[in-house]
Every structure is written in structure tokens, then in C-alpha cells.
Design a binder for this molecule. Structure first.
Ligand SMILES: [Zn+2]
Ligand SMILES: [Zn+2]
Length: 243
């Protein structure tokens, strides 16, 4: 069993420890054929990549592609869901600059309106501690994800279920239709074993990523592989694992 690609790694452009080059070199040393640099979307309050930063990333990656021919290097962004309508913190300019779009829920996102702050940030936070609004949050979170999947060309939904509770079966069904991969995130442990078991009932495909925040973690997906094995997920349904 071998990991062939890591579609989710962070660099100093958000809150990672290494440069793009550091991540690429680490990926080559691990024998990966493809690496995605996916820092946080511009709407993340503390770690969001700036517009200028994203342009610089593009130039850096284009130069590295000339230098390293044995690995495919892609520029992505891990966009934030910022409202109940499923909008992301990326505009056309950002989408034109990147090669691949990842998206997920993050507590540190700059939500669109006071209502979105309340419905997504506050109610979800409280419902994790107290048994109120849980059903309501789950429904609203699921609707937001489904709308995002239908509105944008999202290649990978990152760590589903890690930050906000969702209806995994419903999200998996729509992700199968929109050709979006569900991530088993080795850092967060989501999808977890139970969620993989539910999601695999739909025809959706999966990807196991490191979500590395330092170069030494690039390609470290043992935790994700363990989740897939425990869930009984066939490896031909995971795009970046070779048996
Ligand atoms: Zn994330
Ligand atoms: Zn991440």
C-alpha cells in the first residue's frame, strides 16, 4: 500500500512552517507523484492567504515546476464556507489563479453576515457543549455544504464532520454527483471510521491527505489509512493510494 499524492499541505503563506519548496522536496523524498499546496482561503481571519500572496505562490510554483520535473505541483486553496448559502471566500480572480479548489468549514472564517455568525459559528459551538440546536445546526450545515458543492467546482471537501456536524450520507450523495472527493484527513481524523462507513454507501470517491503544517508531515497519511482499513473502505475508491 503506497500513497501516491498529497492533495492538502500548508506552507508559510498561511500557518504552515515550511516554504512551498520545502513541501515539494519533502514530497519528492517520500516518492509522491503529485503535491497540492493548499493554504487557507483569504477569508480566514488569522491564517488566510492574501491576494498578493496567492499571486506570489503561483509564480513560485510555476518556477518550481521547471526545476522539478518528476513531480506534479498544483496550487490549490482550502476555501472557507462563509454563509448558509454555501458561498466560499474565493472570487473569480482567485479561482483563475489556482489549479484545484478544496473547501471546508473552519471556525476562523469571516462569515458573511451577523446571521451567518450566529447560525454557523455561535450555535454550532454551543451545540457541541449543550444539547440544544444540534438538529437545527446539522440541517443548516448540511444545506450550506450541499449548496457549496453545487455552486462551485470543489475537487475535495476537507475534513467533513470535523468542525461542524453534517449529514454524511446526504453530503456523500451530492459529492458523488458533483465529482467531489471526500477527504479522510490524517491530522483531524475526519472523516472518522463511522462517517466513512456511512459515506461509502454512496458512489463517492475518497482521498487521504496529510493536512501537513510542516514539511516533515507531507505524505504522512498513516492515520488516514488506518481509518480506511477499519471502515473496510476498498482501496480502489481512494484516488491516491496504490496497493
Ligand atoms: Zn482545514
Ligand atoms: Zn488544512
Amino acid at each position: 500500500m503506497k500513497v501516491t499524492a498529497d492533495y492538502h499541505t500548508h506552507t508559510i503563506y498561511s500557518h504552515g512552517k515550511g516554504t512551498i519548496r520545502d513541501n515539494v522536496v519533502a514530497a519528492i523524498n517520500k516518492g509522491l507523484k503529485r503535491i497540492v499546496i493548499a493554504d487557507h482561503g483569504p477569508g480566514h481571519l488569522t491564517y488566510g492567504v492574501s491576494r498578493k500572496g496567492l499571486k506570489k505562490m503561483r509564480q513560485e510554483i510555476d518556477a518550481l515546476k521547471e526545476e522539478f520535473k518528476d513531480i506534479e505541483i498544483l496550487l490549490g486553496v482550502e476555501a472557507n464556507i462563509i454563509n448558509l448559502n454555501g458561498d466560499l471566500d474565493v472570487d473569480d480572480d482567485v479561482l483563475k489563479t489556482i489549479d484545484i479548489l478544496l473547501a471546508g468549514f473552519h471556525n476562523g472564517a469571516m462569515f458573511s453576515t451577523l446571521k451567518d455568525w450566529n447560525e454557523i459559528f455561535i450555535k454550532n459551538k454551543i451545540s457541541r457543549m449543550l444539547p440544544i440546536w444540534r438538529d437545527e445546526c446539522r440541517i443548516n450545515n448540511t444545506i450550506a455544504v450541499v449548496k457549496a458543492l453545487r455552486k462551485y467546482n470543489i475537487a475535495i471537501l476537507t475534513h467533513p464532520g470535523a468542525k461542524m456536524d453534517i449529514d454524511t450520507r446526504e453530503v456523500a450523495k451530492v459529492a458523488a454527483e458533483t465529482d467531489t472527493l471526500l477527504e479522510i484527513n490524517s491530522s483531524h481524523g475526519f472523516l472518522n471510521v463511522d462517517y466513512v462507513k456511512i459515506a461509502m454507501k454512496e458512489k463517492v470517491k475518497f482521498v487521504i491527505n496529510s493536512d501537513a503544517h510542516k514539511p516533515s508531515d507531507v505524505g504522512n497519511v498513516d492515520n488516514g489509512i488506518a481509518i480506511a482499513l477499519r471502515a473496510g473502505l476498498p482501496f480502489d475508491r481512494i484516488v491516491n493510494i496504490e496497493e
